[in-house]
Design a protein around this ligand. Structure first.
Ligand code: NAX
Length: 327
């Protein structure tokens, strides 16, 4: 059995937290030999609700759960954290402009970036789930001068998983038969779920479906899935988001399978003409805890236009948070 690692989770009393914490405690994220200490951050008014979640975690009697810390202070919750899942964020409310949303989230992710820089493990792996995830990750990253920018990532894995599931349903194959889908860009409706390299049971996905379905049904269905869930459930995706966060961190920690890739929102190094520094969804492989962008994939005119449109949106978000002095 390994020494316990410290996993910080923000927004721990929220909907996603309620699924996520139990999966982490069960070993789904870091494997059956890796004990964890959960370090949970909430805003002060939610600490009471969080104490109830802690009671339930204790009542789960999870053998891998070696301790729980709760706090409303990021410097306590992030102390020596090996993994940090930043879930808590300010949701968009009716009538809120994008600038207001970015500014409200800046008030959360700037101090959290600073605290991570100051007190987390020097090797901390940070995943931002709270929306707007890519730009919140950029804000945290830019306020963490003592950490490597590559330690900050954003979640596009839920989109990736939705893209797998929709293609599997269309082709009648199990999800395990679907490989090498990419979500390029932003976790927003401009994301580009790309099937050009995807395979189903080893066959090219685009030989199995027609282009019109791909462009007019598949891409919008994946990109707008979050809204469809809110419409049906009366609440935003939570268990599937938690599951995607588990997948993202598990693959980052333990690696991807040979010959397969996953999608992660990571700082662009300029690959595929994506402006350097944007936190952008890329196809990545992972080995020994380090991700690398899959290089040399062909980019069609259709893909280019979609990849540029989502990059443009992220550039605008970055410019807006720059103007607000957040990065
Ligand atoms: P909830 O509103 O249920 O929970 C959020 C929790 O965060 C609340 O308990 C709140 O008190 C806490 N919080 C707020 N500010 C905080 C701060 N400064 N420090 C610590 N905690 C703080 O939302 P939930 O459904 O759990 O969703 C959380 C976030 O995930 C939202 O921003 C949501 O938009 C985002 N999502 C991102 C997804 C992705 O794929 N990247 C998909 C799912 C989800 O929509």
């Amino acid at each position: 059995m390994n020494e316990p690692v410290r996993v910080a989770v923000t927004g721990a009393a929220g909907q996603i937290g309620y699924s996520l914490l139990f999966r982490i405690a069960a070993g789904d994220m870091l494997g059956p030999d890796q004990p964890v200490i959960l370090q949970l951050l909430e805003v002060t008014p939610a600490l009471k609700a969080l104490s109830g979640v802690v009671m339930e975690l204790n009542d789960g009697a999870f053998p891998l759960l070696h301790g729980i810390v709760t706090s409303d202070d990021p410097k306590v919750a992030f102390k020596d954290a090996d993994y940090a899942l930043l879930v808590g964020a300010m949701p968009r409310k009716a009538g809120m402009e994008r600038g207001d949303l970015l500014s409200a989230n800046g008030g959360i992710f700037k101090p959290q970036g600073e605290a991570l820089s100051e007190v987390a493990s020097r090797n901390v792996k940070v995943l931002v789930v709270g929306n707007p995830a890519n730009t919140n990750a950029l804000i945290a990253q830019q306020n963490a001068p003592e950490l490597d920018p590559k330690q900050f990532t954003a979640m596009v894995r839920l989109d990736h998983n939705r893209a797998i599931s929709q293609l599997a349903a269309k082709t009648g194959a199990p999800v395990s038969a679907v490989k090498n889908i990419t979500i390029w860009g932003n976790h927003s409706s401009t994301q580009y779920p790309d099937l050009s390299q995807a395979t189903v049971n080893g066959q090219k996905a685009l030989d199995l479906v027609d282009q019109q379905w791909y462009e007019e049904e598949y891409i919008p269905t994946v990109a707008k899935r979050g809204a469809a869930i809110i419409e049906a459930r009366g609440a935003s995706s939570a268990a599937s988001a938690a599951s995607a966060a588990i997948d993202h961190m598990r693959d980052w920690a333990l690696g991807t399978q040979d010959g397969e890739w996953v999608s992660m929102g990571i700082p662009s190094d300029g690959s595929y003409g994506v402006p350097e520094g944007l936190i952008y969804g890329f196809p990545v492989t992972i080995k020994n805890g380090e991700y690398s962008i899959v290089q040399g994939l062909p980019v069609s005119d259709f893909s280019r236009q979609k990849m540029d449109a989502t990059a443009q949106e992220l550039t605008e978000e970055r410019d807006a948070v720059r103007e607000l002095g957040l990065v």
